[in-house]
Design a protein around this ligand. Structure first.
Ligand code: PLP
Length: 399
């Protein structure tokens, strides 16, 4: 065992997801055989895979309405566009998020205004309260980045007081909950991604839920429904479109029947997959609990998270020391993403990498990101894999 401390090498693949379930493969092949891949290309009596997916996902989320679209980023942009913002309008969002979030805000001609992140990797609610008042923003694009959910009750209180409409970016929280409420259901609109690295896998794809008939009618038209909106099974009554259909641009971004066929069988398997992710997460957490200088992220009682990725902090570590740790871990097969590197790499860009959205330096966010490490936990990993990953990180952090 002692011999292994600095020699064992992890050979798993951090980007390898599980195969698509057989039922989904069969459904996908049936769509391919039919030739009817476009969502509105249906024969009499046929609903189409996309309409059925929307109906089933709405039911799973307890939402009145659902729309499937081309990607999670498209979902965010579609939600923002439905809110009809003035050009240059400020939109609050997390300083710690993924590039498609500020990208969606910029793409509708609005202006991202970043809010600090806390050491627990959630939006800083005191800073939110302050910036909401100062910026005059009417929209908050709340990103549950890497699956960390802030105190949603307090967030809703702040949003209510400032008249903020909340769009939830649930790319990492599909199936998660706060105080028993499913992620994506507290805001006026909830957006999800079904891109390969998220909680359901169709390669690319997005889902949007809301209870608001006006917003859903707008989003259906925006997504490129033409005048075929009555074919939606999880949309409002056709009369809801009367006042909108001549004034809403078609910003084409539909989902197709092939992707929907791949996704439908995955909805029912989500709870089981969440349990497996959380078992991996808990094991890694236990494996790193005694590592000196390493801070684990506390998970509040009210948060039912999905542990599809894992983060930890190395507070106060010099950049060179973190860089060396990342290199040594990589040499032993453990891929750690570091949010504090001088240059963005892979998926780890930061608020100051998004120069189309200039803003003040955020000292607290800078400090948190400087010590933030991140790794994926694909379901192809076993508990023994995770034990080994923990041993390698622990050994290298002690050097
Ligand atoms: C992946 C992701 C998105 C965008 O999803 P895509 O489907 O890749 O466009 C948005 N926000 C976060 C936090 C993400 O991780």
């Amino acid at each position: 065992m002692m011999d292994d401390t600095f020699s064992e090498i992890f050979t798993g693949n951090f980007t390898q997801q599980e195969p698509i379930p057989e039922a989904a493969i069969e459904a996908a092949v049936a769509v391919l055989r039919s030739g009817r891949l476009h969502r509105y290309n249906v024969v009499p009596g046929e609903a189409g895979e996309v309409a059925l997916l929307e109906q089933e996902f709405a039911a799973a989320m307890g939402a009145r309405y659902c729309l499937a679209v081309a990607s999670g980023g498209y979902a965010l942009g579609c939600a923002l566009r439905a809110l009809d913002l003035a050009p240059g309008a400020p939109v609050l969002t997390n300083a710690f998020t993924l590039a498609p979030v500020p990208g969606a805000i910029a793409a509708v001609g609005a202006r991202p205004v970043f809010v600090e992140v806390t050491e627990d990797l959630v939006i800083d609610l005191d800073h939110l309260d302050h910036v909401a008042g100062e910026s005059g923003a009417t929209v908050l694009m709340l990103s549950h980045m890497r699956g960390h959910i802030c105190d949603m009750d307090r967030l809703l209180e702040i949003a209510g007081r400032h008249g903020l409409r909340v769009i939830e970016d649930c790319a990492h929280t599909m199936g998660a909950a706060w105080a028993g409420r499913l992620s994506g259901r507290d805001g006026v609109i909830g957006c999800y991604s079904t891109q390969t690295y998220k909680h359901m896998n169709s390669g690319e794809g997005g889902l949007i839920v809301t209870d608001d008939p006006d917003l859903m009618a707008r989003m259906i038209l925006l997504s490129g429904s033409y005048m075929l909106y009555p074919r939606h099974l999880a949309g409002p009554e056709p009369a809801q479109f009367d006042g909108l259909k001549y004034d809403t641009p078609n910003v084409s971004g539909r989902m197709d029947n092939l992707r929907a066929a791949i996704l439908r069988p995955q909805i029912a398997t989500l709870p089981h997959r969440i349990a497996r992710w959380n078992a991996l997460y808990a094991r890694l957490e236990a494996g790193l609990a005694g590592t000196p200088g390493l801070r684990l992220i506390p998970r509040p009682q009210a948060e039912a998270y999905v542990g599809s990725s894992f983060q930890f902090l190395l507070p106060g570590w010099e950049a060179a020391r973190i860089e060396a740790l990342v290199a040594r871990a990589a040499a032993r097969g453990v891929e750690l993403k570091w949010f504090g590197a001088a240059e963005p790499a892979g998926f780890t860009s930061r608020y100051d990498s998004w120069r189309y959205a200039p803003g003040p330096r955020l000292a607290q966010t800078d400090r948190v990101l400087a010590g933030l490490l991140d790794l994926r936990l694909p379901l192809t990993f076993t508990l023994a894999d995770v034990d080994q990953i923990a041993r390698i990180i622990d050994a290298e952090a002690r050097r």
